[in-house]
Design a protein around this ligand. Structure first.
Ligand code: EPU
Length: 336
């Protein structure tokens, strides 16, 4: 096995935080992973590195999951069933589906990260969550070294949430994800305001999967920083859910406060709006700051330390609590 010593993880996390890994290994097959698990139990896993903030050096083995491969398991006249290995890049997989006219994940275009981590936080955007297309997740149980399968139900998906963030956290290494996608009668999701506007702008009335994917790419490019240019991890916080009672109180002071109904008694308020109202949008503190076009995204302009970004996040949480009495929950994994 090809172990490396003392390497920088800067190119392995989309925040581009420069921390050191004491030992490092890239794994490109389930077989190798099983072999590794026979001798190594205490390690730090990294895949696309798109949902983590590294705040210190990793003084143990870092295992980089790089298992590639896409296979069509079966298809019928309506649907196609596909299994994708964990190390495949998410956006490239989306583009491959769009070019083959497989529908269901086109709204999730341009989300950074790898396929193997998409179920963990149940990635979502523009009215679609990945849970609606996942049929099965395969994973290696670290303790036993055995391959196990989770059905969609067993994954216990929620808003930016799954079993892998809760009871199963740290116990499994996800090796592949299986999807069911449509072949002809696509269930297009174009009702999200920004998508409607983008399609109308291009005079598209009967959108194809490619039209929707292109629209999403255009919207994301206009609002979200490209991690290859400015380090970031997408939404740093979850959108908080508050009671109707609290919302009505806030509305008296902030007439334009946006919201989405969740239940009869609760609403979701965009964290980006709360952060913008608190004056943080576009604020730069040397090497790090809050993105100028989407306040939900914290950025590394080059040489920021993870701890500095974490401290900024805590300052934002405190300010939002003082101003609105709302607790913002961090969505990104903070590696302390
Ligand atoms: N808003 C502001 N100021 C900002 C940002 C947003 O006032 O700086 C307001 C907007 O005007 C709008 C509302 O907040 O009224 C919602 O904004 P947007 O459509 O940009 O979506 P979001 O709720 O901020 C969520 C996801 C994104 C996803 C978009 C589109 C979460 C935590 N974030 O953001 O996901 O792309 O919806 O569906 O749910 C990610 O998870 O990394 C991510 C980017």
């Amino acid at each position: 096995m090809n172990f490396q010593q003392n390497i920088s993880l800067k190119n392995y996390n989309t925040f581009s935080i420069n921390v050191n890994a004491e030992r490092f290994i890239s794994i490109d097959s389930v077989y190798l992973l099983k072999q590794l698990l026979k001798t190594e139990k205490n390690f730090f896993l990294i895949s696309g590195g798109s949902n983590m903030l590294l705040t210190k050096d990793i003084n143990k083995l870092v295992v980089h999951i790089d298992i590639k491969g896409i296979s069509i398991d079966r298809e019928d006249t309506k649907d196609v069933y596909i299994t994708v290995n964990a190390g495949e890049n998410w956006h490239e997989f989306v583009l491959w589906c769009v070019s083959n006219n497989y529908g269901g994940i086109e709204n999730l275009s341009l989300i950074p990260g790898n396929v193997g981590t998409c179920p963990i936080q149940n990635i979502g955007a523009y009215g679609v969550e990945v849970k609606d297309t996942i049929t099965k997740v395969e994973a290696l149980e670290i303790e036993s070294g055995k391959l196990v399968q989770f059905s969609n139900e067993e994954c216990n998906f929620g808003y930016r949430n799954s079993i892998f963030k809760n009871v199963a956290k740290g116990k499994y290494i996800l090796t592949s994800v299986s999807f069911k996608l449509t072949k002809n009668e696509h269930n297009l999701n174009t009702s999200y305001g920004a998508i409607e506007t983008e399609l109308a702008l291009n005079e598209i009335t009967k959108p194809s999967l490619k039209n929707i994917s292109d629209a999403v790419i255009a919207i994301r490019k206009s609002k979200l920083p490209d991690p290859k240019k400015i380090g970031n991890s997408g939404s740093f916080f979850k959108n908080p859910v508050i009671s109707k009672e609290q919302f009505i109180k806030l509305q008296k002071e902030y007439i334009n406060i946006p919201s989405y109904p969740i239940t009869k008694e609760t609403l979701k308020v965009p964290a980006g709006w709360l952060i913008e109202q608190s004056g943080f949008k576009g604020k730069r503190f040397g090497e790090y700051g809050v993105h100028e076009k989407q306040a939900l995204v914290l950025v590394n302009y080059g040489n920021a330390k993870g701890i500095e970004i974490y401290q900024l996040a805590q300052k934002i949480q405190e300010t939002i609590f003082e101003k609105f009495e709302i607790s913002l929950e961090i969505e990104v994994n903070i590696i302390k």
